[in-house]
Structures are given as structure tokens and as C-alpha cells.
Design a binder for this molecule. Structure first.
Ligand code: NAD
Length: 433
């Protein structure tokens, strides 16, 4: 199959991220009602603890100064320090950061971690800036956040358009601005750092590996062999690539991919590693040789068994949910399915492995990195992957069994388990003063 017409789209046009908070609140209310969450605790969990908005100036390569707006929202810290990613994207705003911070609270709780939920980022299209501009933007953002983050207070990690390099700049800036005697004790202010700078071997693949594992666990429960099963992936970044990498090893066949610039398909299969090499060089999957271009609106209608949304929120909606062919949705992204879309999928008997379980390998990997930094230990890849698999298997089984026992969908089951853990902490401690 040769290279065919390219269909371009822009990320800005396609992403209706508004209403993310409405979405997470509906999910929360559904579970809270089910477990009869005490109204006082419901009040506390329905609102964020802290919302930090910073406007900060940065000198551009040409000498001009630009002002950027950054956010950090800390939803709830009942279980421990706030934890969650930093995103660099034009859609970053308070509504998105609040919703994403809330999802982090449930995710950390479900995974049994000693963390609360936080999220943030900068409203920026990073493709418009040079590497040195991005470095100065990141360092100045870190400086502006000042004491609102910290290794025992709020610990950011990578998310959309941020990576281990971004985390290395944050760690270095944070450590450089502490008193000398405290500098080296602060490297766990962020996780997702490069291997050589306090990072965890395997943190790069932790989220995608976790997505793959939850699919594998589900297939085992259902007696399904992944060999030959067809899957599509929206977003071929950190999460989408690594999930595909592991699925391909089990013989599953990648038949469709979408990124911010376009969509491709090939029912005979797309080589994950060839596509990775191609998209690393060209910064997009568009134009990959062994594929046909697909209209953006038709992407979710591609014939397949498994669909992995691994890009942004609110991608599966009432418009495209009726066309989905997959029998399983594995949510690599945070909040990719809105409530209306989800209702249609559930009516159609399509299973959803919810984001707070499916992509929790990332925060579990971050927890391992944080522990490693705090104790001065160095863990190796095999050990990390084994620990991750054990921990995820425990979470998956808890959610799956709860859903079967209560005859409810896996998202509601996951939310119930997560909220019950936080409720217990409030009941035990009471409310100050
Ligand atoms: P990334 O920046 O590495 O990759 C994002 C991918 O999504 C890119 O391929 C990009 O082209 C694509 N994309 C962007 N806008 C799109 C659009 N409008 N339509 C289709 N594709 C689009 O980001 P990532 O780290 O892989 O994160 C992806 C998702 O996974 C996000 O929702 C993030 O919150 C979630 N997540 C990430 C981690 C992590 O450890 N990185 C952990 C948990 C959850």
C-alpha cells in the first residue's frame, strides 16, 4: 500500500476540552450516591483545595519578552502530597486543570498510594518555541510556582508535551533555588526525570505498559487471546507508543492511529517500531508509507477489537460512540470519554477500562521513583516492571471483582473504591479544628 493523500487537521480545531469538570463531577456523583458518601465529605471532595495561577515573563530568542500563564491545581491532599502531571497545550485552563487534578486524587487512591491529586501546566503551543525558549519558560514557571510545589508537598510529572527533559529542568531549577544544604535532598520534587538524574529505569514506559497490562488482565478474565486482535490508538506519544509496543509483542495488530495532525489505517497491520521511527523523525504519523489516510471523524469507526484513546480528554462523545466497532475501550488518556459517550458505549455492551485504572501505571512508576530518591536506592528495569505488574494486577482485580459483585461498570466500581478509601481517612481523622 503506497503513500496516499494526507488529510491535515489542527489540534486546536478538533479539541472541545470544555466541560471536563462537568464530566468528572458526574462520574464522582454517580459513585458517591452509590456508596452513600457522607454529605460533608462529599462537599469537601467536590471542590479543589488550592488553585495557583501564575503569569510570568520570559525572554524569547529574538530579545522580545512574552507573558505566559501557568496553572497548578491541588484537588485533595487527605492521603498525602499532591501528585500529577504538567501539560503544555493551548487547551490548558482552570477547568481542565481542576478536572485532571480530581482524576489524579481518585487514581492515586485507587492505586493505594500515599498521594493526593494535582495537575497543571502552561497554556502554550510548544511547537512554536525553540528548545532554549522552552527551557527558559519551564525554569521561569518553576520559579513562579515557588513553594507551591515540593517533594513532600506537590510533586509534578510529565504529561502531554512534557517529558523527562522538562522534568530535569524543573528539578534543577527547584534545587538551585533552595538553601545550599537542602539542594540535593529535593530531587524528588518531580518524577519522570531522566535515568541519569534521579529518574527511574522504566518510568518512560510505565504508563503504556500499564495500559497494555490492564488489557491483558481483562482478556485473561474473558478467556480471550490477544494474538491477532486488532487495535487502534489515538495519540502516538509516550502512552500510545508504549502501549502499542507491548501489545505488538503479544501478537495484537495495530490497524489505525491518529495524532494531532491526522489519521492513518491499514487493516493488514502497521509496524509499531517503523511508525515510531517515522514519527520521531517527522514529528507526526501523517504520510507513513504503509497506510491510508482517514478522515478525523471516521477514526473511531475503524474496524477493530480494542480502542485505545491516548491523547486528550472528551474524544469519545455521543457523536462517535455509536460508530465504534471495538468491544473494549482502554483509556490511556485522562477523561477521553464524556458521560454521554460512555452511556452509549455501556448500552452497546462495550467494556471501558477507566482511565484511573488503565493509565495508573504512570503514577505507580512515579511513586517508585519518589521512593527510590527518598531512600537513595537504585532499582533496575526488571524489578521495576515486576513491581508495577504486581501492583496493577491487585488494582485491576479489585475493580473487576467489585464491578461483577455489584453488577456495575468498571468506572463506577473504580470510583467507589477510590472514594471509600479517602472517606475512611476523613472519618478517622475528623475535620480540623
Ligand atoms: P504526549 O505528548 O507524549 O503525546 C500526545 C499524543 O497525542 C501525540 O501523539 C499528539 O500528536 C496526540 N494528540 C494531541 N492532540 C490530539 C488530537 N486533537 N487528536 C488526536 N491526537 C492528538 O502525551 P502522553 O504523555 O502520551 O499523554 C497522553 C494522554 O495520556 C494524556 O491524556 C495524559 O494526561 C495521559 N497520561 C499520561 C501519562 C504519562 O505518564 N505520560 C500518565 C497518565 C496519563
Amino acid at each position: 500500500m503506497g503513500k496516499v493523500k494526507t488529510i491535515k487537521k489542527t489540534a486546536e480545531k478538533k479539541v472541545p476540552l470544555t466541560g471536563m469538570m462537568e464530566n468528572v463531577m458526574k462520574q464522582f456523583d454517580k459513585a458517591a450516591d452509590r456508596i452513600n458518601l457522607h454529605p460533608n465529605i462529599k462537599k469537601i471532595l467536590s471542590i479543589t483545595n488550592n488553585e495557583i495561577l501564575v503569569n510570568f515573563p520570559v525572554k524569547m530568542d529574538n530579545g522580545d519578552v512574552e507573558i505566559f500563564t501557568g496553572y497548578r491545581v491541588q484537588h485533595n491532599g487527605a492521603l498525602g502530597p499532591y501528585k500529577g502531571g504538567l501539560r503544555y497545550h493551548p487547551t490548558v485552563d482552570l477547568d481542565a486543570a481542576r478536572a485532571l487534578a480530581m482524576w489524579m486524587t481518585w487514581k492515586s487512591s485507587l492505586a493505594g498510594l500515599p498521594y493526593g491529586g494535582g495537575k497543571g501546566g502552561i497554556k502554550i503551543d510548544p511547537t512554536k518555541y525553540s528548545q532554549s525558549e522552552l527551557e527558559r519558560i519551564t525554569r521561569r514557571f518553576t520559579f513562579a510556582l515557588a513553594d507551591n510545589i515540593g517533594p513532600e508537598h506537590d510533586i509534578p510529572a510529565p504529561d502531554v508535551n512534557t517529558n523527562s527533559q522538562t522534568m530535569a529542568w524543573i528539578a534543577d531549577t527547584y534545587m538551585s533555588t533552595r538553601p545550599p544544604a537542602q539542594r540535593s535532598a529535593n530531587q524528588h520534587v518531580v518524577t519522570g526525570k531522566p535515568d541519569g538524574s534521579g529518574g527511574l529505569e522504566g518510568r518512560d514506559r510505565a504508563t503504556g505498559f500499564g495500559v497494555y497490562l490492564t488489557i491483558k488482565f481483562w482478556a485473561e478474565k474473558k478467556g480471550i487471546d490477544l494474538n491477532g486482535k486488532k487495535y487502534i490508538v489515538q495519540g502516538f506519544g509516550n502512552v500510545g507508543y508504549w502501549a502499542s509496543h507491548f501489545l505488538e509483542k503479544d501478537g495484537a495488530k495495530l490497524v489505525g492511529v491518529q495524532d494531532a495532525f491526522g489519521s492513518i489505517q491499514n487493516q493488514k497491520g502497521i509496524s509499531v517500531e517503523d511508525l515510531f521511527n517515522y514519527s520521531s523523525a517527522t514529528k507526526s504519523i501523517v504520510g507513513f508509507a504503509n497506510s491510508n489516510a482517514v478522515e478525523a471523524d471516521e477514526f473511531f469507526a475503524i474496524d477493530c477489537d480494542i480502542c485505545i484513546p491516548a491523547a486528550l480528554g472528551n474524544q469519545i462523545t455521543k457523536e462517535n460512540a455509536p460508530k465504534i466497532k471495538a468491544k473494549l475501550i482502554a483509556e490511556g488518556a485522562n477523561g477521553p470519554t464524556n458521560v454521554e459517550g460512555e452511556n452509549i458505549l455501556l448500552e452497546r455492551d462495550i467494556t471501558i477500562i477507566p482511565d484511573i485504572l488503565c493509565n495508573s501505571g504512570g503514577v505507580i512508576g512515579s511513586y517508585f521513583e519518589w521512593l527510590q530518591n527518598r531512600s537513595g536506592e537504585v532499582w533496575h528495569l526488571e524489578e521495576v516492571m515486576d513491581k508495577l505488574e504486581n501492583k496493577l494486577k491487585g488494582s485491576f482485580n479489585k475493580v473487576f471483582d467489585y464491578a461483577v459483585r455489584e453488577d456495575i461498570d468498571m468506572r463506577t466500581a473504580a470510583f467507589c473504591i477510590a472514594i471509600e478509601r479517602i472517606e475512611r481517612a476523613y472519618v478517622q481523622r475528623g475535620i480540623f479544628p
